[in-house]
Design a protein around this ligand. Structure first.
Ligand code: WTA
Length: 671
C-alpha cells in the first residue's frame, strides 16, 4: 500500500457545518434513497424545474445495459417535456434572479472585463435564437461552435437549446482538419466562431482556421452555408509588448456574417421549443482508441437534473457565492460546470479568456482575489505547472474567499494535492477530486466537501445514484479491497445515451467487454476503508514481470521528489520483464539532472511501490507533449520511448515542437 493512502484530512468544521450535506449519516441516507428509490430521489429534484408536460412516475427510468438481452438504451423521465434554456434563464428570472449576475467575464488582458445578468442573458439568447431560425436552423439540426472563452459562446449554446438545435462545440485549439472531421460527421450547416482570440501574447486567428475547415468540408462534399463571426478583436486590448496587429478576418459574401450586424436587430423574444426529455441536447466529440473521434450524445431531461445536482452538492454552491471553473467551454467540464450546472442553480460564475501565465504567473490568484471566488475548479496539470513558480507568488494575493477547491481530468498526484491544499486552500478548503468523463455527463465519483475525510489522490465515493463496481480480468465482481476495471451496472440521469449516428460503436466501445456493464475504460482500486482511487485508463496499465500497475501510480511517486515537477510514464517492451518503465520527467527550475537524482528516483519508486516497479529509463524532458486541454499524449511518449519516429497525427498537440526535442534528448543508452 502506498503511504499516501493513510494520509487523511478532515473537512474544516466551519466549512463542513455550513454544507448541504454535513455528516456521513446524511450522505448515506441520501445515497441509499438514490439507489433504492431513484424516482423519489430524482423526482424531488425535478420538482425544482419546469416541465411543460409533467413527469410520468410510472415511466421514470428504463434501461438495458446487457446486449445479450437486446439493444443498449437508457431513458429518464421519458414523455415529460421541457426546455433547458427556459429552466436556466426564464425560471431563474421568475424566481427573482433577473438582476443577478450570471457571469463575470475576464478578458485575456486585465483591462478587459464585463458582466451579464440573467435577464440580459435571456434577451441575448433569444436574439441569437431568432437569428439561427432566420438561417433556417430547426429542431434537431446541428450547429458547430468554435469559440474562445467569451460570453457569446454561452449565448450560442443556450440559443441552440432554445430552439431545440443540437450544439457541437469543438475546442478552439483543434486543427482545421480535426474541426472539419467533426463538422462532416454531424453534418452541421451552420457554424459560429469569433475572428480571433488572444492567449497571452499569442494571437489565434480562429476565422482563418474555420475557413480552412469549411474548405476541407467542401472537398468532402459537405457545405457549411452560414458562418456567424463575433468581432472580438476590435474590443480587445493589445497584450503588453504587442504594438499593432494586422489581422482582419476574411469574410465571404452570403456565407459569413458579423454577429454585431445581425444579432442586435433581432427580436429579444423567442418562445422556447418544448423538447422531450430524451431529445438530444448536445454532441461532444471525444477521442477514441481507434483514432476516429466519437460523438458523445447527451439528452435533455436527465442531463439537466444531473448537471444541476452534482454542481449543487459537490461545489456546495450557495446563493451569493462566486464560482470559477477554469476549463475551456470546448470540453465536457466547460459544458457541465461552466454553463449548465451553474446556470441551473442561478449561480454567479467567472469566465476567463486567457492563460494562467499572462500578464504574470499569478494571474489565476489575481482573478480569485478580484472576484472573491468561493469555489475554484481546475486541472492537476495546471496545479503542477503553477507549483513550479514556487510558493511566494501565491502569497501575493488574498485567497481567503476560497472555500472549496476542485480537481478534474486525471488522477491528481498527492504532491500536487498537498500543494493545492496548503498553498491555495490554506489548509482550510475542502478539495473535491472529481472523477468523471465526457460520457458520464457529470461527476460520478467524488468527495463531498462537508463529509468526506479527504485522502490526497482518491476520488473517494460515488455520487448519488451511482454504483461503482470493480471487475477482475474474468469479469467477476471484486468485493472489498482490490484493484480492477471500473464499471457500472445501472445508469444515472446524466450518462450518455449513444454515439451520434453510431449506436453500434457505442455498444461495442462501452458495453461489449463486460456484458451487463458500462465500462469506463479506467482502472480503480478500493482501499480498506472503501475509498475509490482511480488509477487511470487501463490502456495506460503496465505489466512488469507479471505485476500490474498504472502509470499514474508511478508518476505520483516521481513527483513526490522535490526536484520533479511533472512526470509521465509509459511502457517500453523489455526482453525479460515483458514491459519496463520509461519515465519522462520535467525538473524544477533550480534542480539538476544527474546520476544522483536518477538513483534517488529509482530508489523512491522501489520504496513506494516495490522493487519490480523500478524504472529502467529516466528521461530529462524539458516539456511533455500535451493536448491544448493539458492531457499528456502517452501514445506519442510510447513512440519516443521505443525510438519509433512514425508518430502519426500530432495536430492536437499544444506544442508539436516538443516531439523533436524529446527525440533529441533521449538518454544515450536508449539510442
Ligand atoms: C480521467 C473529463 C482520475 C479518467 C471530465 C477518465 C480522472 C478521463 C479524473 C475522462 C479524476 C478524469 N481522477 N482520473 N478526478 N477525472 N479522469 O472525457 O481517465 O476528458 O476516463 O472527461 O479522464 O476524460 P474526459
Amino acid at each position: 500500500m502506498m503511504p499516501s493512502q493513510k494520509l487523511v484530512f478532515l473537512p474544516d468544521p466551519d466549512i463542513a457545518r455550513s454544507c448541504y450535506v454535513s455528516d456521513n449519516a446524511q450522505y448515506k441516507q441520501m445515497y441509499q434513497k438514490s439507489i433504492e428509490n431513484p424516482s423519489e430521489f430524482w423526482g424531488e429534484i425535478a420538482d425544482n424545474f419546469y416541465w411543460k408536460r409533467p413527469i410520468d412516475f410510472d415511466n421514470f427510468n428504463r434501461f438495458n445495459f446487457d446486449f445479450r438481452k437486446g439493444p443498449i438504451f437508457t431513458k429518464w423521465l421519458d414523455g415529460a417535456t421541457t426546455n433547458i434554456s427556459y429552466n436556466l434563464l426564464d425560471r431563474n428570472i421568475r424566481n427573482g434572479n433577473g438582476k443577478k449576475i450570471a457571469f463575470f467575464w475576464e478578458g485575456n488582458d486585465p483591462r478587459n472585463s464585463k458582466h451579464i445578468t440573467y435577464a440580459e442573458l435571456l434577451s441575448e439568447v433569444c436574439r441569437f435564437a431568432n437569428v439561427l431560425k432566420s438561417r433556417n436552423v430547426q429542431k434537431g439540426d446541428r450547429v458547430a461552435i468554435y469559440m474562445p472563452m467569451i460570453l457569446e459562446a454561452v449565448i450560442t449554446m443556450l440559443a441552440c437549446t432554445r430552439i431545440g438545435a443540437v450544439h457541437s462545440l469543438v475546442f478552439a485549439g483543434f486543427s482545421a482538419d480535426s474541426f472539419a472531421e467533426r463538422i462532416t460527421d454531424c453534418q452541421a450547416r451552420v457554424m459560429v466562431t469569433a475572428d480571433a482570440t488572444w492567449r497571452g501574447q499569442k494571437l489565434i486567428k480562429l476565422k482563418n482556421i474555420c475557413d480552412e475547415s469549411m474548405d476541407i468540408c467542401q472537398k468532402k462534399g459537405h457545405t457549411v452555408d452560414t458562418c456567424i463571426v463575433v468581432a472580438h478583436m476590435q474590443r480587445s486590448e493589445l497584450p503588453t509588448g504587442v504594438s499593432r496587429v494586422q489581422y482582419t478576418a476574411p469574410m465571404l459574401n452570403c456565407r459569413d456574417f458579423w454577429w454585431h450586424e445581425i444579432v442586435p436587430g433581432a427580436s429579444a423574444n423567442c418562445p422556447p421549443e418544448w423538447m422531450q426529455a430524451e431529445d438530444p441536447l448536445f454532441l461532444l466529440y471525444t477521442s477514441g482508441s481507434t483514432g476516429k473521434p466519437k460523438g458523445v450524445l447527451h439528452t435533455t431531461g436527465g442531463y439537466l437534473l444531473y448537471a444541476a445536482t452534482t454542481f449543487k452538492f459537490v461545489f456546495d454552491y450557495k446563493p451569493g457565492d462566486i464560482y470559477w471553473c477554469t476549463a475551456d467551454i470546448g470540453w465536457i467540464t466547460g459544458h457541465t460546470y461552466v454553463v449548465y450546472g451553474p446556470l441551473a442553480n442561478a449561480a454567479t460564475s467567472v469566465i476567463y479568456e486567457g492563460t494562467p501565465f499572462y500578464p504574470t504567473n499569478s494571474r489565476y490568484w489575481e482573478i480569485v482575489e478580484k472576484y472573491k471566488v468561493n469555489q475554484f475548479y481546475t486541472a492537476p496539470t495546471a496545479i503542477r505547472t503553477l507549483m513550479k513558480f514556487g510558493e511566494d507568488i501565491v502569497k501575493k494575493n488574498n485567497l481567503t474567499s476560497l472555500r472549496i477547491l476542485g480537481s478534474v481530468g486525471e488522477p491528481i498526484n498527492p504532491e500536487a494535492w498537498l500543494w493545492y491544499y496548503k498553498n491555495i486552500g490554506r489548509e482550510k478548503c475542502s478539495i473535491v477530486d472529481t472523477y468523471w468523463q465526457t460520457e458520464t455527463g457529470g461527476h460520478i465519483i467524488t468527495p463531498l466537501p462537508g463529509v468526506t475525510a479527504m485522502k490526497p489522490g482518491a476520488a473517494s465515493s460515488p455520487f448519488f445514484g451511482v454504483q461503482p463496481i470493480l471487475l477482475d480480468d474474468n469479469g467477476k465482481e471484486i468485493e472489498g479491497e482490490g484493484e480492477g476495471y471500473l464499471v457500472f451496472s445501472r445508469p444515472w440521469p446524466g450518462i450518455m445515451r449513444t454515439l451520434f449516428n453510431n449506436h453500434d460503436r457505442y455498444e461495442e466501445t462501452y458495453f461489449k467487454k463486460f456484458p451487463g456493464y458500462y465500462f469506463s475504460g479506467d482502472g480503480a482500486r478500493r482501499d480498506s476503508d472503501g475509498y475509490l482511487w482511480v488509477t487511470g485508463r487501463v490502456d495506460d496499465m503496465l505489466n512488469v514481470s507479471g505485476h500490474l500497475m498504472s502509470t499514474a501510480e508511478v508518476e505520483s511517486v516521481l513527483t513526490e521528489h522535490s526536484s520533479v515537477t511533472e512526470a509521465a510514464v509509459v511502457a517500453k517492451p523489455h526482453p525479460i520483464k515483458g514491459e519496463c518503465l520509461y519515465c519522462f520527467i520535467t525538473i524544477a527550475e533550480n534542480a539538476v539532472f544527474n546520476d544522483q537524482l536518477q538513483t534517488e528516483l529509482k530508489q523512491l519508486v522501489r520504496e513506494r511501490i516495490g522493487p519490480f516497479a523500478q524504472p529502467d529509463v529516466i528521461h530529462n524532458a524539458p516539456g511533455l507533449p500535451k493536448t491544448r486541454s493539458g492531457k499528456i499524449m502517452r501514445r506519442i511518449l510510447r513512440k519516443i520511448a521505443q525510438d519509433d519516429h512514425d508518430i502519426g497525427d500530432i495536430s492536437t498537440l499544444a506544442d508539436s515542437g516538443i516531439v523533436d526535442v524529446l527525440f533529441k534528448t533521449k538518454p544515450n543508452t536508449q539510442r
